[in-house]
Every structure is written in C-alpha cells, then in structure tokens.
Design a protein around this ligand. Structure first.
Ligand SMILES: [Zn+2]
Length: 213
C-alpha cells in the first residue's frame, strides 16, 4: 500500500510503502510528528528503511529527525553521487531561499542500493537516472506475488507531463535525456510517484509527456 504525504517544503511528496511487515519511507521531507498524527496506525518501530531519490533539501529536510527516531540498524539509502549535497547548502538548494537557516546534514551513514527485497514482499531495483542531480535515482518496486502494479518513485526526474530542472548544480540536460531514454525503454507499465505533484503511469507519460516524445 502507498500513502502520499504532500506536506513537504515546496510541496514535496513523502511516500510510505507499507504492508503488515512494516513501512518504507521514501524521501523523508515530512516530520515524524506530522506523519504520526496523519496516520493513526503508524508506528516508527516498524519503519524498516528510508530511501532518498536525491539530496535536494526539500526531499530530505527531516532526515536527521527520522535518523534519531529510528533504530540504529535501520538503513538510509542514497546514491553516493549525491552525498556531497548533504553538507553543502548551495548544492542542496537551501541557500538563499528565505529559510530561517540553511540546511546541512553533518553526519549520515548512507548505503548505496542496486536491488533489494523490502518488507518480504517488494523487490526494489534502482535505476541510475542522473540529470536533475548527478546522483538522482528512480526506485522501481514490484511485488513478489504480482499483487500490485509495478511502481516507480521518480523524485525530480519525472513529473506528470514534465521533467525536473537540469540547470542546478550537478545537473545535466544531456544526462537527463539519456535517463528519460532509459525509463522509456522499460518493459511493462509502472505507476509513477513523483517528488512533486500528482501521480501518473509510464504508459500515460509515453503518450502525453512532451519530453518522452
Ligand atoms: Zn530536486
């Protein structure tokens, strides 16, 4: 089951993938208290992993809070290519935005993932999709028993009928073009859950997203 919490700064979406075994947090941009009050049955004890599509501050602003709230053995996943953004307010876009303070993550041990089974049900494969940032990735989930349509969490790589900016530090339009080509080449359909805005699906984007045509 997917729960969408569109309450992050700059209206970033945080997603919670769950089943009876627990929860996976995707882009920790909503605080623990708000999450707990929004989802009455939610338990931080049952969070098994936190995964991040890229390291812009609006997608992981509460990562420190989640790190403190969770057991030490709960892994946090982020592409190593985006780790430098954590400590640099210019690179992670929190500088000069009128925030009360710039955002930096001093220490966070992150794991790099290629593929993994989560919650004993969801097989996750990582697509490296640089372009918005050098370390932007999309997480493709399929359920072990095909009980649900495959899902893709795209961060700021793909939005409904658009794509993410490529003019920010470490971004590249050439890489984005290759990343879109890679996503376009995927076989089968996926529900797409972007970092901002509404959900869509790959078959729809192949028809209506001007950057796919
Ligand atoms: Zn971004």
């Amino acid at each position: 089951m997917i729960t969408i919490l569109p309450f992050g700064p700059l209206q970033s979406n945080m997603y919670i993938l769950s089943n009876s075994n627990g929860y996976i947090i995707i882009d920790p941009c909503v605080g623990v208290d708000l999450t707990t009050s929004y989802l009455s049955s939610f338990s931080v004890e049952k969070v098994k992993a936190v995964i991040m599509t890229h390291a812009h501050f609006d997608h992981l602003m509460y990562v420190d809070e989640w790190r403190s709230a969770l057991h030490d053995d709960v892994p946090f996943y982020l592409s190593h290519e985006d780790v430098p953004l954590l400590k640099d307010a210019n690179l992670n876009r929190s500088q000069n935005r009128g925030l009360s303070q710039e955002y930096v993550v001093e220490t966070l041990d992150v794991c790099h993932m290629d593929s993994k089974l989560f919650l004993d049900e969801y097989y996750c494969q990582v697509l490296n999709t640089p372009g918005h940032t050098k370390g932007s990735v999309c997480y493709c989930f399929s359920s072990k028993n095909n009980t649900c349509k495959p899902m893709m969490f795209t961060g700021d790589t793909i939005f409904c009928d658009s794509i993410g900016r490529t003019d920010l530090p470490t971004g590249s339009y050439m890489q984005m073009r290759d990343s879109i080509r890679l996503i376009k080449s995927l076989i089968g359909d996926y529900d797409i859950f972007p970092g901002h805005g509404e959900s869509t699906c790959l078959s729809q984007q192949k028809q209506t997203n001007p950057f796919f045509i």
